[in-house]
Design a protein around this ligand. Sequence first.
Ligand SMILES: NC(=O)c1ccc[n+]([C@@H]2O[C@H](COP(=O)([O-])OP(=O)(O)OC[C@H]3O[C@@H](n4cnc5c(N)ncnc54)[C@H](O)[C@@H]3O)[C@@H](O)[C@H]2O)c1
Length: 320
Amino acid sequence: MDTAVPGPWRHAVVTGGAGFVGSHLCAALLDGGTAVTCVDDFSTGSRENIAELRDRPGFTLIEANVAEPFAIASPVDLVLHFASPASPADYLRLPLHTLETGSLGTRNVLALARSHRARFVLASTSEVYGDPQQHPQSETYWGNVNPVGPRSVYDEAKRFGEALTTAEAGSHGTDTGIVRLFNTYGPRMRGHDGRAVPTFIRQALAGEPLTVTGDGRQTRSLCFVDDTVRGILAAAASDLRGPVNLGNPAEITMLELAHTVIELTGSRSTLAFVERPTDDPAVRCPDITLARGKLQWEPYVDHRDGLRRTIAWFRRKLAA
Ligand SMILES: NC(=O)c1ccc[n+]([C@@H]2O[C@H](COP(=O)([O-])OP(=O)(O)OC[C@H]3O[C@@H](n4cnc5c(N)ncnc54)[C@H](O)[C@@H]3O)[C@@H](O)[C@H]2O)c1
């Protein structure tokens, strides 16, 4: 299987580059010989995420909110728009910021790509499918989203971002792509960001009960961040307009995930069942036929391996 990262581009702009996925993207681009400008307001990201990148040649940080217009003088040939709160804990805490980032932010970042005639890729999400009535979800499924539910600030911002990106390509001929990421996990997630993998790992390492929501039979498909990054860059290197699903079709229940984290950490933690959040989807699994066919992409890190690598990172961070 081809696991090489495509490129290089000369100069990429990564919005949200100080976040979890964005910081891995910046590193992969630099590894491939591309200069990177990271644009981030640190609303949910951190300086620690980019600490190892700051001294690398070709890396520039611009601290800015993308919902405000901004410009970059030197030529840019790739724009990856990843700025947005992404975990439920963050977007519930930052509802208006999330909507503004997905709407005004996407407009401004598209304008930047247009002015440079750069390829633009929007980070969209499986959340556009809402609580899906089709399983697995293919790109042709339109979704089942509650427009006024608590998650709507994120779901609808991303749906609007997709609409705006599509209209931009049609109206201005900007070279755009849309990737719909399914749950991604790996090093640099925050233990308190509310997502299942970092929450379970934090709890298991602290010997606390793992809080499983509902009866734990709801499923997620978990994609290790290295696989996700390779897929994003494959989409960036293609002329695929998308949307294209990027995720790991291997489905796992939250109960299985909790037991696996306990086993791999060697923890003596027990499970505590808590209420499921409103509009929490029951199933989530990508149909990746399109990515396989058009991008020759598929994930290859199995969840036990990815969890081991993530747990090792959490242990190192706790020891530091
Ligand atoms: N991690 C996943 O499983 C997942 C799944 C689907 C989609 N995505 C998408 O991928 C992107 C990155 O997600 P993540 O998990 O790395 O989240 P994250 O919160 O770790 O990273 C988001 C980054 O964007 C920055 N940001 C937010 N609003 C901004 C603004 N207005 N201006 C400038 N910077 C801003 C934050 O400070 C942060 O560094 C998001 O667009 C998210 O919707 C992620």
